[in-house]
Ligand binder design. Sequence first.
Ligand code: C2E
Ligand code: CA
Ligand code: CA
Ligand code: CA
Length: 278
Amino acid sequence: AKEAGRRRYQFFTVGMQRSIRAKAELEQELRRALERQELILEYQPVADVLTRRPVAYEALVRWCHPRHGMVSPARFIPLAEETGLIEPLGRWVLETACRQLRVWQGMGCSDLCVAVNVSARQLELGLCAADVESILVASGVRPASLILEITEGLMLDGRAESCGRLQALRDLGVRLAVDDFGTGYSSLGYLKRFPVDELKIDRSFVQGLPDSSDDVSLVEAIIGIARSLNLALVAEGVENQRQLAFLRDRGCGLVQGYFLGRPASGEAVSAWLACPSE
Ligand code: C2E
Ligand code: CA
Ligand code: CA
Ligand code: CA
């Protein structure tokens, strides 16, 4: 038994070392990926529920790894946050998305917006209104055309510095959206403290519409909150006509998901905007 215990212990430490080494390698690779321009952005439409026309595109980062192919952000964003690499990565995402939006606006889509994900770590590491302002000025994009998507956790964590930075961003005229709304937290008090503009209903609540009575109740409640606080509302992860019809009938103004459009390259979106089709 002792022997088995020892072996298990060794296996555990060896495994841990391996994962630390793997992490360090991945960190090095991510650093190089930034320099070698292996990161790209895809854009997914956020559409008006009635017209189905895009009012904004959400920028989603991908890593085109030379050996592993497309790596999902779910795999490398947490690592980037841990290592601080999220700072240059996030800056690159903001710059690239704003430049892309300027191109689309120049094609005649002057009311189109771009939404960019900002993680709590980026604000902790110092992303501030002055940074965002200089990116907007350099790209020629109006502040009101930029939506920053922040997860609920950050709003709740209530760290004074991050709160101040969010407020300063809002003062700049940038719009703030609460991403993955409804996941993980029960207190809604932060909606009073933070002047947010938009809520995004997490796709886990949209999935079961219209058959799951729990999802129906939750989504109706969120629609009520958005309406009474006068916030724009996006339902994420809309994959079929029945979900869309439910959201339209209940008055959820904006929808996003594979049914409306999958994330696509900037060029593909440009081609579509130049010649919109169904
Ligand atoms: P998110 O912000 O909640 O983004 C929505 C995710 O849902 C995207 O996954 C999108 O491709 C996926 N999705 C969209 N429509 C549908 C649908 O109809 N069905 C299903 N099943 N999925 C759908 P993706 O691109 O893998 O991104 C995952 C997460 O990574 C994002 O979740 C976001 O939190 C994070 N992320 C992506 N890009 C960035 C970035 O530039 N910066 C930061 N900080 N985080 C990012
Ligand atoms: Ca998002
Ligand atoms: Ca989301
Ligand atoms: Ca999410």
